[in-house]
Design a protein around this ligand. Structure first.
Ligand code: SF4
Length: 240
């Protein structure tokens, strides 16, 4: 990433969105939060899916989610989770990694929700930034988890940034390696004028592009549909 030699104006992000959206066809079943939200699962299940996907692939998160469903016998609810001990949850979600921490987070949220049944409905009445502040108070919920939940469950504007998204946006030249999460999030939300559908799609499109083409190791620059606007590619061409 240190080889990036130009920068692009953030206003070009709308154009980036249009190009990617016209080329890629997205399969929702490859993205756990999108898949659960399109199936109208409730807030607790969607939040669990997002927690399970922390630091692992969506595929592993989906396997862990299915296993947890099997263990509780159907839909996952706070009350059903509270009937399990910590060890049982850890074993059920093992494939998703850092299962100890994830199980504790799930258990704590289940406890909280069983005593605050209207919590998700109360949050729905708030603006994104207020929901975010509230969610970030829970141990085990960081900015990305909160932002995915706000975008996918509440359909409110924010922009979650994972490792693929950061890498692609930096290589393209929209951001510097030194830009922090909050800087990137706010810039993208503003550039897309708080348009929830665009923010949601761009989030998914960039992850897809990062998984399939702009991989961390050996990005496929020659086949890349964005190589005519990419700072990383421009530099590579110059040194060839
Ligand atoms: S040309 Fe495409 S694959 Fe190569 S670094 Fe740029 S965005 Fe990534």
């Amino acid at each position: 990433l240190n080889n990036i030699q130009c920068s692009l104006g953030i206003e070009g992000i709308t154009n980036l969105f249009e190009v990617m959206n016209s080329i890629y066809r997205i399969d929702s079943s490859e993205f756990i939060a999108l898949d659960l939200s399109e199936k109208n699962r409730d807030g607790f299940e969607i939040l669990i899916g997002i927690i399970l996907s922390q630091n692992t692939s969506d595929r592993n998160a989906m396997k862990a989610f299915s296993r947890l469903k099997q263990v509780v016998g159907g839909n996952i609810t706070p009350d059903k989770i509270l009937r399990l001990d910590l060890e049982t949850i850890i074993n059920a979600i093992k494939i998703a990694g850092i299962s100890n921490r994830k199980a504790k987070t799930i258990l704590n949220i289940a406890k909280f929700l069983s005593q605050n049944k209207e919590f998700f409905d109360v949050l729905r009445k708030m603006e994104s930034e207020e929901i975010r502040k509230t969610l970030l108070e829970f141990s085990g919920i960081g900015p990305k988890t909160a932002d995915v939940f706000i975008l996918m469950y509440y359909n409110k504007p924010t922009f979650p940034i994972d490792t693929h998204i950061r890498r692609v946006l930096v290589r393209l030249g929209y951001f510097k390696v030194s830009d922090n999460y909050e800087n990137i999030r706010r810039s993208v939300v503003n550039a897309l004028n708080n348009d929830v559908e665009k923010l949601k799609k761009l989030h998914i499109l960039l992850i897809h592009h990062g998984r399939m083409v702009c991989r961390a190791q050996k990005p496929q620059c020659l086949q890349c549909v964005l190589n005519n606007i990419c700072c990383f590619k421009i530099h590579k061409m110059e040194i060839q």
